[in-house]
Design a binder for this molecule. Structure first.
Ligand SMILES: *[C@@H]1O[C@H](CO)[C@@H](O)[C@H](O)[C@H]1NC(C)=O
Ligand SMILES: [Ca+2]
Ligand SMILES: [Ca+2]
Length: 165
């Protein structure tokens, strides 16, 4: 009996550590959760949608995150998706909407992401294998791709409960 309790404790501990928890409808990757919206909208409407669900349009930190997202998009979605990247304030300076910080990583398709005053928001372009292109923010041409931090979760008690039950 003692060893069973020990096992339950250990299992719960190991599961809880490093396990990313996301609520239903959100996909876990590292310390974030992602949701792929179902309806096309303009950039600001897409950002509002993400906020209503506790997040923002995706902030792509690095190639690792970008590759993960592009793989998911290839698997599942034949549509453009908005990221949270914009050069609306200073033409040609790409800034993440959630943190108001300059981008350190970008994945623009060749010929995009330069100076184009009518294309100030960024989509994952499905016709270009989900490389990024700058696009008119007001165009209802892409679906929201939302990101929010994962919860520090109740996986421990959940998995322990499953075993005890
Ligand atoms: C962001 O980039 C612009 C243009 O390259 C630069 O002028 C500005 O100082 C940068 N901001 C920060 C906080 O690094
Ligand atoms: Ca991110
Ligand atoms: Ca622009």
């Amino acid at each position: 009996m003692q060893s069973i309790f020990y096992f339950v404790f250990l299992f719960g501990f190991v599961q809880g550590r490093g396990t990313t928890c996301c609520t239903d409808g959100w996909l876990a990757f590292e310390s974030s959760c992602y949701m792929f919206g179902k309806d096309v909208a303009a950039f600001t409407v897409a950002e509002q949608y993400c906020r209503q669900h506790g997040g923002h349009l995706i902030h792509v930190d690095n190639n690792h995150e970008n590759n993960f997202i592009k793989d998911r998009l290839r698997d599942l979605k034949a549509s453009h998706f908005w990221s949270g990247l914009t050069d609306e304030d200073i033409e040609g300076t790409w800034v993440w909407f959630d943190t108001d910080t300059n981008a350190t990583f970008v994945d623009f398709y060749t010929g995009y992401g330069g100076h184009n005053n009518i294309a100030d928001c960024v989509i994952f372009a499905y016709n270009l294998d989900y490389s990024w292109i700058d696009y008119a923010c007001s165009s209802a041409a892409a679906k929201p791709l939302c990101e929010r931090p994962s919860e520090s979760c109740s996986c421990e008690s959940t998995s322990a409960n499953v075993i005890v039950g």
